[in-house]
Design a binder for this molecule. Structure first.
Ligand SMILES: *Cc1c(COP(=O)(O)O)cnc(C)c1O
Length: 472
């Protein structure tokens, strides 16, 4: 592509993106297409000769846009957010234009040093201990996998890396019943075996019951097994429950167990001084991950992974083929040794843009706003006798259901499922659900970059309106 054509199409695309940002609320939040609809509109064979950018862009708008779910709509209340922001998108453009590989310092010194600086910023503004060092990973799932493998190697004296698992390596991993499914997936991939993941009961607030954790660990020890790692969650995916870190940490410390903290969403709230209580007991943490690609307005993918002892991490992952030997080894950070992939994009750039554009106060205002709006929503739900809150609301996620009274649990579940589908089919808002003690639970997550209290109030009106239409 010649630079003239690039420039012309580039301006067009930037115009389109700017209009998209202004008008994102005009699209149905959840894509309304049927399965196969998009696929059938795409030709069976690729073009033999190159096509014009005009034609490609026309098809992008006509064929693909209807199949897009608009995660950047402020009426998106589903899952957890995957936010972007202007500065982040612009940085991504530069990252893709530079197209650098950031596997070792030498392959892009600025990327390695910016990553080190920005991760130290994040460590300090979230209140993590000073000796922690950070690295950008693709996802929380990937970072937790890195944590589990590191914990595994530490527990076996780096033997499994060399010889593989032995019959008598009975290493055990613990997390709560509300922990994210990625923990189970990672336990499988890291070779522990799913049977060696112990899911601990939760208390009335859906946080890990630390007495049950202690009992499980003691039982395993008396059965000749080796407790290896506890994954505590700060902000569970279902209800943003916060596992008791101090008690959990004391147990880990007592038995020499690796403590990994999954704070995928909630880690961002640690920039608010009023939420520092979430990591009380931080002196016991070995590793922690959170996702700026969820709640810190930074495009996917960008997870930040912090470790107390980077040497153990590097010892676990390091591999040194001849072609990667450099003169600077040991003086600088070669991040390929800090996780699984070799190739790495220049992801620190977007974090740097975002943090500088908003400033710490700007980020705090936004996050505080979201938490306040979620609190207001919880109050509105509490006041309505046809609805009930199903979990505490420590952060930005409200778990609730429609329960007009006098109906069986089974019926209440089915009307809430119906309500969820009917709401999403309007295209006006998008909510997803979870299950709490067998109850179909609607979740409303207030965390999109541009969400305001008006979006939340309008969503609540729509929920009430649609619930009134349900035949009981
Ligand atoms: C979203 C989430 C994850 C998974 O995040 P990815 O970055 O998509 O892997 C893990 N843990 C928790 C608690 C989450 O909310």
């Amino acid at each position: 592509m010649k630079s003239d054509e690039f420039r012309k199409t580039g301006y067009e695309i930037v115009d389109w993106i700017s209009d998209y940002m202004d008008n994102v609320e005009d699209y149905p939040v959840k894509s309304q297409v049927a399965p196969g609809e998009i696929y059938s509109k795409l030709p069976a064979m690729p073009p033999l000769r190159g096509e014009s950018m005009d034609t490609i862009l026309k098809d992008f708008k006509k064929i693909l846009i209807p199949g897009i779910t608009h995660w950047q709509s402020p009426n998106f209340f589903a899952y957890f957010p995957a936010n972007t922001s202007g500065p982040s998108i612009l940085a991504e453009m530069l990252t893709s234009a530079l197209g650098t590989q950031c596997m070792i310092w030498e392959t892009t010194p600025a990327a390695a040093e910016l990553e080190e600086r920005v991760l130290n910023w994040l460590r300090d503004i979230t209140g993590l201990p000073k000796q922690f060092e950070g690295v950008i990973q693709d996802t929380a799932s990937g970072a937790t996998l890195a944590a589990l493998i590191t914990a595994r190697e530490k527990a076996c004296g780096f033997e499994i890396n060399e010889k593989g698992f032995r019959e008598d390596n009975k290493l055990r991993v613990y997390c709560s019943k509300q922990a994210h499914s990625s923990v189970e997936k990672d336990v499988k991939i890291a070779g522990f075996g799913r049977e060696n993941l112990v899911k601990i009961d939760v208390d009335a607030n859906y946080a890990m019951d630390s007495n049950a954790l202690l009992n499980a660990i003691e039982k395993d020890i008396s059965d000749g097994k080796t407790p290896c790692c506890v994954v505590a969650t700060i902000g569970t995916t279902g209800t943003t429950a916060i596992d008791p870190l101090k008690e959990t940490g004391e147990i880990c410390n007592r038995f020499g167990i690796w403590l990994h903290v999954d704070a995928a969403l909630a880690g961002t709230a640690l920039i608010l001084p009023e939420f520092s209580w979430m990591i009380e007991g931080k002196e016991y943490i070995d590793s922690l991950v959170f996702n700026p690609h969820k709640w810190m307005f930074t495009n996917f993918d960008c997870s930040v992974y912090f470790v107390r002892d980077s040497e153990t991490l590097i010892k676990t992952f390091e591999i040194l083929p001849e072609y990667l030997k450099t003169r600077t080894k040991g003086e600088v950070n070669d991040y390929r040794d800090w996780g699984i992939p070799l190739g790495r994009r220049f992801r620190a750039l977007k974090l740097w843009f975002v943090i500088r554009f908003y400033g710490l106060e700007g980020l705090r205002d936004k996050i505080r706003g979201h938490i306040t709006y979620a609190g207001e929503l919880a109050e509105m739900i509490k006041k309505d006798r046809s609805f009930e809150l199903l979990a505490p609301v420590p952060l930005n996620t409200v778990a609730f259901r429609f329960n007009p009274g006098g109906l069986s649990e089974k019926k209440v579940n089915s009307i809430n499922e119906q309500l969820n589908h009917q709401l999403n089919d309007t295209g006006k808002i998008y909510l997803t659900h979870t299950s709490l003690d067998g109850r179909y639970t609607l979740r409303m997550v207030v965390g999109q970059t541009n969400v305001t209290i008006d979006h939340v109030r309008n969503a609540w009106s729509l929920i009430k309106e649609k619930s009134a239409e349900i035949k009981l």
